[in-house]
Every structure is written in C-alpha cells, then in structure tokens.
Design a protein around this ligand. Sequence first.
Ligand code: MG
Length: 306
Amino acid sequence: MSFTLFADARLALARDSLAGLSTGDALGAQYFLPGLAPVDLAADALPPPPWEWTDDTEMACSVLAQLADSGGIDRDRLALSFAERCTERRGYGAGAMLILGLIRIGTPWPLAAASAFDGQGSCGNGAAMRVGPLGAYFADSTARAAAQARASAEVTHAHPEGIAGAVAVAVAAALAARARLDGHRPAPERLLAGIAAALDPGTEVHRGVHRAAGLLGRPLPRVVAALGNGSRVIAQDTVGFTLWVAATHLDDYPAAIETCVRAGGDVDTTAAIAGSVVAAHTGVGTPGGVPERWLAARESLPDWLP
Ligand SMILES: [Mg+2]
C-alpha cells in the first residue's frame, strides 16, 4: 500500500521523534552524574531539571533542520552544519571532534571521514544516535529512509557498521511512524524482521538485530550480555540492543527509557535511539507517549532549529 504523506505531516512525525530522542538523551545523560541510581527513575523520583541534552540532540537537530529546509539530505551541507554547530561541552567523542575539526578547516568530508581510526572510518554509534527523526520523516518509504540515512551517516562514518547502524535506526523509526499512521502496533518480532530486511546481511549490526529477535521476552541482564549496552560506543554494541528495547516497549516511552537507564553503558545514546523510535510511534503527551513533564524538564532545543 502506498500513500501520500504531505510535508507538514512528515515534519510532525520527525518532531515527535526528536522530542523522544532529545528527552531520552537529556535524561539518560543525568545517569552519568554521581549519586543518581537508575532505581530513582523506577520510583518516579526524577532528577532535578533542567536536563541538558548532549551531542546526540545537537546533531539530530542539524538533520531535522535540513529536512525542514529542503526535504532531503545534502551531504556537503550536512557535514558543514555538524562541524559549525558542534561544541565540545556537549560530550562529543574524541574521534568525532577530530573529524568535525578537519571539516571545519576545509577538509572535504569524504577525506575527513575516511581518515578516522587509521583509515578504517568510524563505526561509532554517532550516525545511529541522530537519525531517528529522519526515519520518521520518511514513514511512507523504508527504502527512502534507508537511502537518506546512509547519506546522513557517510559524512562522518565511513565504516560499513557505522552506516548500517544508522540505516537500522532510520528504518525502525520509519516503520514505527508508519504503524502509528496505520493505527496498529506491530508485533516486536515483525518490527525487527522488517528492520533486518533493510540491512546488509554481512554486517554485525544485521546479526545484532537478528539476535535481538531471538531475545524478546528475555531478562535484561541476559539481553545486555548478548547485545551490549553501548559501552564500547560502537554501532555493533548499541543498535541491536536499542532496537530490542524499542520493539519491546513500542507503546510505552517511559518504560523504554527506564530500560536503557537500567542497562547502563552509553545511556544518553541508547535512550536517545530507543526514545526516537518509540516516540515516532507514540507521540508526545499521549498515553504511553513522551510525558509532558519530562519534556518540560529537558533543556530547550537550540534556537536555530526551525
Ligand atoms: Mg551524547
């Protein structure tokens, strides 16, 4: 079945996904501070606001700004906007700072991205952490979501696993938003199968998504032991886990974020990714959606975001 999705509707889905991404990022980042145990969230004793967002949100805002402006990814412009807007205090990794620094002084992005990690390119989870809203924007076509996700990833992540991570998350968000428009929740195994079908079967990210389907319903420590929790900050140990969370809790945003916090690891990024997919399905302020109170506690998004 095909249908027409008008620009305003696309953007509304992407903004909901961004609300989930940025709130997950900002709340997840609170758990890097000493004295806040994950159990606090389960008891609904939330950290005091404001919750500052990090690099995940800053980069996702650049992606969404470009979609709002032109409806698609222009890699040259996206690379420049990442480079010009990044500020060290938002918690970028050393590899990302290096690549973005090269772009900022005029190095073409293909050279900057390819030079990372001794010429292998980055397989970090940074291309996956910023792409959920793009997937929601292309809710009418997983093929388009995948192609645009690849373009958005390539400017910083030349490694096939880094790119596959972004494609997986974008397709997940597209399917989640599509299911919202259709008015039904897909079964977790069906959602994961739809994501896996869009991925290069030779990648570790594909194997992780496939493995996630076999772990549905299993206890969290076992899932983390099998899939990771982002503690290596690479796509391979982040994406399968976050999509297991999203598939498991697709209609319950607070439960998805709480699961990421309990799992530990790269919590701002795992909560950003899972949150971006789930919020594409639930929206904001709806039953199971991003709680208004959480959104109000999150620091405001940058003023350059249209
Ligand atoms: Mg971050």
